[in-house]
Structures are given as structure tokens and as C-alpha cells.
Design a protein around this ligand. Structure first.
Ligand code: UZR
Ligand code: MG
Length: 211
């Protein structure tokens, strides 16, 4: 069975508003389609399992490099969902820097919104998407948001966020994320609260569903 499944990919810098725009589209489409017809998958859930490494080793991982992510598993999950099969989505702990034991079941959906920094760097993932988006939020705004968020929600100190930012986040953005903008169908300026961009994406999803 090849059930209808529209996949929208949203990429962009860390703290550029990917999760926010994904959540807004999710909540607003749920009202029209019903809550079990649309799902959000975060690329972050597919960081590789590091259970075999010590905490000292885990903090040395470059989490902003494509090889830190299990894109193959994500690709397999998207194919399975398109084939009408449920999948077990891994759960990632930012404080433990590894996968948690439990998974969350996702049943097939009419619409899947994928969001993550490195999604558009992978040709196999791009192939799975019906439309792709790049959040083109200025980097200084992303950095301010990241600093506040990671201290409040991801168990970091201000010093560790700043160090990680200069060592990996910024250089990997310039090397991998920013060049992947060329693959986006839509480039969204300013951030996740861009109302017109949100409406355009919703309209495109509705259009794809009506085909
Ligand atoms: P978003 N990240 C961590 O800091 N630790 C981890 O164990 C796993 C990921 C960060 C990652 C990236 N990088 O910038 C960010 N670093 O999570 C992506 N350094 O998440 O797109 O939600 O900001
Ligand atoms: Mg996010």
C-alpha cells in the first residue's frame, strides 16, 4: 500500500525558528485535518546512540556535523511511514548526549513535518521531501536564542554554550548548513513567527493533499 503522505522538510541554523514554525503549522493543520493525521519529526531525535561512550567522550562529539546523525534510519522511517507502516522514533537526551531507552510510536500520517539543521545536506532525505524550507534567520538572533534556550532547557552553562558555538556550531553552519540553502524551495527570512511564510506553507500542504 502506498498511502498518501506529504513530507515537508524545514532546515536552517540552530535556534533559527525551525521547531516553532513546525509547531505552528502542526497545531493549525490539526484543527483542519484532525490530530492523528499530521506529525512532526525532529532530526535531533536521530542523533546517533552514544551509549557505548563515556560522558567525557560524548562531549567531544561534533553535533553539528552530518555524520553525528543517523540519517539512514530517518530515511528508512520515512519510507516505512509512506508505505503505511508505524515506526518507533528514538528519543534523544541533550543532557546525557545519547539516545534514551524508550521510543515513541508514530503511526502513518497524511502530513509529516521534518525539522532539523542538516536535513537538506542529505540527497536521500531531499528525495523524500515534497517541499523544502530554509529558515534564513540572522545568526546573531539565532545565537541569542540558543544561549537562552540551552541554559534554560538543555542543562548548559553560558560558557559551554559560547565555547560550543565558536568551536562547532558556527563553523559547521558555514560549511554545511548555509550551503544547503540552495536546495530549499522556500527561504524564510526573520524566523518562526513569519506569518506569511507559515500561511504559504499551509496552503501548499493543503494543495498537495487535494491532489
Ligand atoms: P536545534 N546538540 C548538543 O548541543 N548536544 C547534543 O548532544 C546534541 C545536539 C546541539 C547541536 C546542534 N550542537 O547545534 C543543536 N552542538 O543541538 C541542534 N554543538 O538542535 O536545531 O534544536 O538547535
Ligand atoms: Mg529545535
Amino acid at each position: 500500500m502506498n498511502s498518501q503522505c506529504v513530507i515537508i522538510g524545514i532546515a536552517g541554523a540552530s535556534a533559527s525558528g525551525k521547531s516553532l514554525i513546525a509547531k505552528t503549522i502542526f497545531e493549525e493543520l490539526c484543527r483542519d485535518l484532525g490530530t492523528d493525521q499530521i506529525g512532526v519529526i525532529a532530526e535531533d531525535a536521530y542523533y546517533k546512540d552514544q551509549g557505548h561512550l563515556s560522558m567525557d567522550q560524548r562531549v567531544l562529539t561534533n553535533y553539528d556535523h552530518p555524520k553525528a546523525l543517523d540519517h539512514q534510519l530517518l530515511c528508512e522511517h520515512l519510507s516505512a511511514l509512506k508505505n503505511g507502516e508505524a515506526v518507533e522514533i528514538p528519543q534523544y537526551s541533550y543532557t546525557e548526549h545519547t539516545r534514551m531507552a524508550e521510543t515513541v510510536t508514530m503511526t502513518p500520517k497524511k502530513v509529516i513535518i521534518l525539522e532539523g539543521i542538516l536535513l537538506l545536506t542529505d540527497p536521500n532525505l531531499r528525495e523524500q521531501m515534497d517541499a523544502s524550507v530554509f529558515m534564513d534567520t540572522p545568526l546573531d538572533i539565532c545565537f541569542m536564542r540558543r544561549l537562552t534556550r540551552d541554559v534554560a532547557e538543555r542543562g548548559r552553562t553560558m560558557e559551554s554554550v559560547m565555547q560550543q558555538y565558536t568551536q562547532t556550531v558556527r563553523p559547521m553552519f558555514l560549511q554545511f548548513i548555509d550551503p544547503s540553502k540552495q536546495y530549499a524551495d522556500i527561504i524564510v527570512p526573520r524566523g518562526g513567527k513569519n506569518r506569511i511564510a507559515t500561511d504559504i506553507l499551509k496552503a501548499r500542504i493543503q494543495h498537495l493533499l487535494a491532489k
